[in-house]
Design a protein around this ligand. Structure first.
Ligand code: NAD
Ligand code: K
Ligand code: MN
Length: 362
């Protein structure tokens, strides 16, 4: 029996509610498996840690995670601490420290969920957004001079390297190639951002030549938002820069019904370091501590974690359990127009998993 070492980092806000829920479904899967088990280690990093220690995570924090098979993450963001401190001090430290350069964000309309695109059949919205996750607009290059004075100037430099652009585009073409439609849309803004984005476009043409079987096109990011709403079925795999994909994927989640159901994996495709899985949402200050958080985004992230570990059967089992939960209106949380709590959905998904395992054993 294989024991996977999993780090859990709930972080802040509803991260503290959805990550324990994610751990419960992993435990339910392990209970029914003769193949694998999980050894969890929980890390209390985040806003409370910051109040005690002045940092979001310890200086040697990455070393504590280095040998894990995967990381399950909640959210970084505290009502009383500036967002740039919480984000850069925890989540970006891990993503960039472990060079998790590919951020993969699937979007589908799950059974039973009514997105705002009522005209759109569920099978017409089935996307994966690949977000460059190591540089670009979030490279941290920039600064402020004459701070607080009328002549103050500030920059956030979007730094793109040829190596960084090439590896994310190659990852996206490969992912597109593995999906039934073999189709990729490369998002750009090279009309206005005339240096780095022009290089991005050039590299796209070069990498595309390695994938003659992938149909690909280019779209400016602003036009892409309209296309997502008006012609969702024309999109399949999408690749965009760090900032553009961050924005497009919140839109994608909302079109599929709720920010609360959207998953992501921060992947090191070369597997030098552990990859990290998390719902795409943040701390949700408006609902934290009330049991209202939808845990489906975390459960779907757990599906991605299991796929990453090569536990395909368990991943499929959990995805089916998620779909049967979303198909049941009484299991919808408030963001989906229902009254179910985080605990209701978690218990239901664990029950569905257990029932499936009993059937398989019978
Ligand atoms: P948010 O994702 O926390 O919330 C946006 C809206 O979506 C809120 O109305 C919230 O109630 C709702 N929502 C989000 N997740 C939900 C869920 N699981 N179930 C039901 N409703 C849900 O975004 P925000 O309000 O812009 O940010 C709040 C804090 O989180 C900020 O500090 C921000 O920096 C941080 N944040 C962190 C991450 C991360 O760690 N990856 C991502 C986004 C935002
Ligand atoms: K998150
Ligand atoms: Mn985001």
């Amino acid at each position: 029996m294989k024991t996977y070492q999993i780090a859990t980092i709930p972080g802040d806000g509803i991260g503290k509610e959805v990550v324990p829920a994610g751990r419960q479904v992993l435990e339910a899967l392990a209970a029914g498996s003769s193949r694998f088990n999980f050894a969890f280690e929980d890390f209390d990093w985040g806003g409370d840690y910051y109040r005690r220690h002045g940092v979001m995570m310890p200086a040697d924090g990455l070393d504590a995670l280095r040998d894990k098979d995967a990381i399950l993450f909640g959210s970084a963001g505290d009502p009383d601490i500036p967002d740039h401190i919480t984000l850069w001090g925890l989540r970006l430290k891990i993503c960039q420290g472990f060079d998790q350069y590919a951020n993969v964000r699937p979007t589908r309309i799950l059974p039973g969920i009514d997105g705002p695109l009522k005209r759109c059949a569920p099978q017409d919205l089935n996307w994966v957004i690949v977000r460059e996750n190591s540089e670009g607009e979030y490279s941290g290059v920039g600064g402020r001079v004459h701070q607080g004075h009328p002549i103050e100037a500030a920059t956030d430099v979007s730094m793109m390297t040829r190596v960084g652009v090439e590896r994310i585009l190659r990852f996206a073409f490969k992912l597109a190639q593995s999906r039934p439609r073999k189709q990729l849309t490369v998002i750009t803004k090279s009309n206005a951002q005339r240096h780095a984005m022009v290089m991005w476009d050039e590299v796209a043409v070069q990498v595309a030549s390695e994938f003659p079987d992938v149909k690909w096109d280019k779209e400016l990011v602003d036009a892409a938002t309209a296309r997502m709403v008006n012609r969702p079925a024309t999109l399949d795999t999408i690749v965009a820069t760090n900032l553009h994909a961050d924005i497009l994927s919140d839109l994608a989640a909302a079109l599929a019904g709720s920010l609360g159901i959207a998953p992501t994996g921060n992947i090191d495709p070369e597997r030098r370091f552990p990859s990290m899985f998390e719902p795409i949402h943040g701390s949700a200050f408006d609902i934290m501590g009330k049991g209202l958080a939808n845990p489906i985004g975390t459960f779907w992230s757990v599906v991605m974690l299991l796929e990453h570990l090569g536990e395909t059967d368990a991943a499929q089992q959990l995805m089916r359990a998620i779909e049967s939960a979303t198909a049941t209106p009484s299991l919808h949380t408030r963001d989906l127009g229902g009254t179910a709590t985080t605990a209701d959905v978690t218990q239901a998904v664990c029950r569905i998993l257990a029932a499936g395992q009993e059937r398989a054993a019978a």
